[in-house]
Ligand binder design. Sequence first.
Ligand code: SF4
Length: 333
Amino acid sequence: MKIGIPRALLWSIYLPLWKAFFNELGHEVVLSPPTNKKILNDGVTACVDDACLPVKIMHGHVIDLMDRADLIFIPRLISICPREYICPKFIGLPEMIRNSVAGGPKLLVLDFNAHKSIRHGYDGFIAIGRQLGARESAVRRALARAMKAQDEYTARLLGGSNPLMLLEGMALHAGIGGNKGTIGLIGHPYLLYDRFVSMDACRKLAQMGYRLIFPENILPEQIERTCSIYPKKLFWSYGKHLLGSGLAMLEKGMADGIIVLSSFGCGIDSFMVELLQRQNQRDFRIPLTVITLDEHSGNAGFDTRLEAFVDMLEWRDHNGHYFSPHGEGLYIC
Ligand code: SF4
C-alpha cells in the first residue's frame, strides 16, 4: 500500500519514525513535494480563514497527495510529553481536513497521546499497524526499529545538525560566506525548515556568513532548567521548547543575535515571544528580532528585515564598544 506523508507540520521532526514504521510493515511511503506556491494556494483556498499558516499549508499537502497515495497519514498529536499538551490545532487536524478538503481524502489517523506516559502514546502506533492488517507482534517489531531510527536522528539533531541538512541534503555548514558569528533561529519546525515558508532564511543567513543554531540543537535538560525560572509549569510542549531553547542560547552566550520566526495568529507564539523578549531585555540585551509570517509575506520585505538585522549585528560588533547601536547606556548621564 502507498502511504502518503505530507511534508507539513512536524514531518521534519518525526519522519524517520513514521517512515521506518510503515516501511517495516511492508508499505511504500510517498512524500508530498516541498511546499510551493500551488500547495500554499490550494491550502489557503480549502482551509478555514482563521487557521494559522502551517495548518493551511498542511491542507495543500494533503490535496497534493490525494491522487498519489492510497492513504494519507495524519498524526493527531494530542500530547508528546507526559503532563503536557500540544497545540489544539493538531488535535482537530483530521476533522478539519475531512471537512475542508473536497473529494473525501482517505486518511490514516494516528492518535498519539503521551499525557499519561510515553508508553501510552505509542499505543496509537499499535492501533494503526493493526488497522493496516499486521499482526501485533509484527507491529511491535516495526515500532521498535522505527524508534531506533528516530533516536539516531534526534541524536544527530542534538549533535548540531538540522532537518534541512539531514532530510533535504542542504549544505548549511557554518560560514559558507565567511564566519561572522552565530545567529539563533527560534521558531516552529514547520516554519524554520520549510524553505518556502521561511523564504529560505537559513540559506540566506548562511550565505551572509553566519552559523545557525536551532531549538533542535538544544538539550532537553537545558530547556527544562531554563524554563524552571517561571513560577508555573509551561504545559504547552512547543511553547516550552522554543522559549527554553531561546533562553538557553541567551544564557550560554551561544548566539550573537536571535531571530524569531513566528506564525501570524499563533497563540503559543504570542506568549513565547513576549517572555523571551522580556527576559532578553532584562538580563542579556542581545539583538533580537521577531518576523511574523503569513500567506501574504513577500520576499522583498523579508530580505530587508534579515539584512537590517545582520547590519545591526555588524555595527554592534564594530562600534558597540564606544557607541552602542542597540541603546545600551543611552540614558546614563
Ligand atoms: S502552534 Fe501555532 S503555528 Fe503551530 S499549529 Fe498551533 S497555532 Fe498554528
